[in-house]
Design a protein around this ligand. Structure first.
Ligand SMILES: Cc1ncc(COP(=O)(O)O)c(C=O)c1O
Length: 374
């Protein structure tokens, strides 16, 4: 049986050529010329002034929080339904994540819940675009202006996506991307911060590299880590970025194929194809099982694995994370929509290297597993 992985990247463009150039020239570190070129091209693509490439998307969030001088006792509003990188970046500087529930249909943070969570300690809203559709940004931008809050825009999954025609990644005081291999643009591991603010860009560059000072190199006035990005990663990233439009098109093909094949099945919630502000880019193709199936996403995952289909369960909510609860966070808090997604949601093979034949096979196996439950 040929196992169909949940994700496989597509690396058959100029990746090898540019990587060979790194080897031939000896430029493999963060000082190499591809890094700057990749930063510039990403910034142009997203319509920003500065791009700062770093070692992964989690690091980008950590740097964003530090660069904005968010610190002890400050509060940052974010969705509970997200990856732990968001909460971790806030907690590590002594600040507090404040959560909101999900919209049950777009799976993004419910922006109508944000205002009630704003206090005198709130410093920022961390917007996270989840799985393929952007957050409804107009409402967030209005709140940020009204209460003088910063926006950190986690666009890790949103390469090539737009909100009302404007690129995702262009909305935050600082916006971030990830280039993990399941992203539309991958560099193996990697991330980027984007901003229009010259001072913030300078701070991000400094934090990326141990806060070395220009004049007194080994004298430090602020602590940070080494978050640098290599020329080898940038080589792959440049080749990937050249094909971003093609990749978005392919993902939309995958999304539409699955939606057509699954829409007749009663009791499975599918991703929304479009809202009045964006068309889905299907970063991953998620499905949410109806309660009546009697099995949760982990059991469904097990059954599909036995049939040779790779899947991944949805995020697990921040307010239900043992490590965060042990810190005394989120006591007694409940977010029913997000909890349902976490227990019932999963995504099926949707990587860029997925073939139509593999998609057909995936659908066959899903139908087989469901028919065995009847
Ligand atoms: C929304 C979101 N933010 C942040 C990250 C973290 O990125 P990385 O895995 O590059 O650290 C991810 C990773 O998939 C993500 O989906």
């Amino acid at each position: 049986m040929n196992f169909i992985p949940v994700n496989e990247p597509l690396l058959d463009g100029n990746e090898k050529k540019y990587l060979c150039e790194c080897i031939d020239t000896g430029w493999i570190s963060s000082e190499g010329p591809f890094v700057k070129e990749f930063e510039e091209k990403m910034a142009i693509r997203v319509g920003r002034k500065h791009g700062i490439a770093v070692c992964n998307g989690t690091a980008a969030l950590e740097i964003a929080v530090q660069a904005l001088r968010i610190s002890t006792g400050d509060e940052v509003i974010m969705p509970t339904f997200t990856i732990i990188s968001c909460a971790e970046a806030v907690i590590r500087v002594g600040a507090v994540p404040v959560l909101v529930d999900s919209d049950p249909f777009t799976w993004n943070m419910n922006v109508d819940e944000i205002e009630a969570k704003i206090t005198s300690k709130t410093k920022a809203i961390m917007v996270v675009h989840i799985y393929g559709l952007p957050v409804d940004m107009d409402k967030v931008l209005k709140l940020a202006e009204k209460y003088k809050l910063r926006i950190i825009e986690d666009a890790a999954e949103m390469h090539g996506q737009t909100y009302k025609g404007r690129p995702c990644g262009s909305f935050g005081d600082i916006s971030t991307f990830s280039f993990y291999p399941n992203k539309h643009v991958t560099t193996g591991e990697g991330g980027m911060l984007l901003t229009d603010d010259d001072e913030l860009a300078k701070r991000c560059r400094s934090i990326r590299n141990l806060c070395f000072q220009k004049e007194k190199r080994y004298v430090h006035e602020e602590l940070s880590g080494n978050y640098r990005f290599t020329n080898l990663q940038a080589a792959v990233g440049l080749a990937q970025l050249e094909r971003l439009d093609e990749f978005v098109e392919r993902k939309r093909h995958i999304g539409m194929f699955y939606t057509e094949a699954l829409s007749d099945i009663d009791g499975i919630q599918l991703p929304i194809a479009n809202t009045d502000y964006a068309d889905n880019i299907y970063w991953v193709y998620g499905i949410v099982l109806d309660d009546r199936f009697g099995i949760n996403n982990r059991e469904m995952q097990k059954r599909l694995t036995d049939e040779g289909i790779g899947t991944r369960t949805f995020f697990w909510c921040m307010h239900e994370q043992p490590v965060l609860k042990d810190m005394g966070l989120f006591e007694g808090e409940e977010y029913p929509n997000a909890e349902r997604l976490a227990r019932r949601g999963m995504y099926i093979p949707s990587g860029l290297a997925l073939t139509d034949e593999q998609m057909e096979n995936t659908i066959l196996k899903i139908n087989k597993v469901l028919s065995m439950m009847e």
